[in-house]
Write a protein that binds this ligand. Structure first.
Ligand SMILES: C[S@@+](CC[C@H](N)C(=O)[O-])C[C@H]1O[C@@H](n2cnc3c(N)ncnc32)[C@H](O)[C@@H]1O
Length: 311
């Protein structure tokens, strides 16, 4: 089955206080073995722990930062920033055209990790000066490193440690990359509902397209570009856990939101599609979004596409 990502298991945070919780190495190994993933159990067995068997939190942080740094390089090679702006640019144009609010608009990257998307957007000013850029993550060490890098690069963006749906300031648009597959079943619907019940105008979440090529593509890429076995392992498991178009469109179909999928399976070349977004907009935004996308709007489908595709 091999459905567990090691990085999800080796850190734990109290959801209320945000404080780090101890993680026992033997328990993680047991969980991975029970899922039939002896290789992952072997990787965790090699991580340092104290005399009580609790994983060394500093070593875990260093490891996750180095894996995310390699992931950032992969995102740069796959030109993920440009792909995002291709959709986010028109989405913000639609927000500007539709809302009475004149800005600044607030873009929140949910689960920003090292903040490579937010930092890239700040460095390129690709969305315009009226868009405030904020990255949020539950992992304090990743957020700390994102903040350090943004400061070193002299960028105009902010990073916050915490739950993205528990911020004092409301987002205009929620975005994310590589986060959706971490939410399964009811938690995925809750993820979208949290945004629908907020004052946000839209969301746009990019994750691995669940094509037949995704697991083998991820294996080749991570084998070639990632050094640590944890990064290689989790990269392939993420591709296997990628949600189908159907799952995303159904889960994002929550009250007050028009769910849309860009580049659904069957309309695009699977060799080119690595990440594709599920988008949710307040209903009056759909037409301005289609206008702003121009010819590319043909690649934007709603849940009715599933009915047509099933015929
Ligand atoms: C696989 S990482 C993705 C990192 C980054 N987006 C990237 O592409 O490199 C998923 C991250 O989501 C974070 N996360 C999950 N739910 C969150 C929430 N509700 N608020 C903030 N961060 C969250 C986790 O802490 C984790 O660091």
């Amino acid at each position: 089955m091999h459905q567990l990502e090691i990085s999800d298991l080796i850190t734990a945070v109290d959801p209320r206080s945000g404080l780090r919780l101890p993680v026992r190495r033997a328990e993680v190994i047991e969980q991975l073995q029970a899922s039939g993933d002896g290789r992952a159990a072997g990787i965790v067995a090699g991580l340092p722990a104290d005399q009580d068997g609790v994983l060394d939190p500093d070593a875990v942080d260093r490891l996750l930062i180095s894996v995310h740094t390699e992931l950032q390089r992969l995102s740069e090679e796959l030109r993920i920033g440009e792909r995002l702006v291709h959709v986010l640019g028109p989405l913000l144009a639609a927000v500007r055209a539709t809302t009475r609010q004149s800005g600044p608009y607030c873009l929140v990257d949910v689960g920003c990790g090292l903040g490579c998307l937010v930092r890239w957007l700040a460095a390129t000013n690709a969305l315009g000066a009226d868009v405030e850029l904020i990255g949020v993550d539950l992992d304090a060490s990743l957020v700390g490193e994102a903040e350090r890098l943004a400061h070193a690069e002299g960028l105009n963006c902010r990073f916050i440690h915490g739950n993205a749906f528990d911020m004092p300031k409301a987002a205009t648009v929620y975005v994310s990359t590589g986060v959706l597959h971490h939410f399964r079943g009811a938690a995925l619907t809750e993820f979208f509902k949290a945004q629908a019940t907020s004052p946000a105008q839209a969301f746009c979440h990019f994750d691995i397209a669940a094509t037949r090529l995704a697991p083998i593509g991820a294996w080749i890429y991570h084998r070639a570009r990632m050094r640590h076995p944890l990064g290689r392992h989790d990269g392939v498991v993420s591709a296997r856990r990628a949600h189908s178009d159907e799952t995303l469109l159904r889960a994002a179909d929550v009250p007050g939101i028009r769910p849309l999928l860009y580049e659904p399976r069957g309309t695009v070349n699977p060799f080119c599609t690595t990440l594709r977004p599920v988008i949710g907009v307040r209903p009056p935004l759909e037409e301005p979004l289609r206008r702003a996308l121009g010819r590319a709007a043909r690649r934007l489908v709603g849940p009715e596409y599933l009915v047509e595709a099933a015929r």
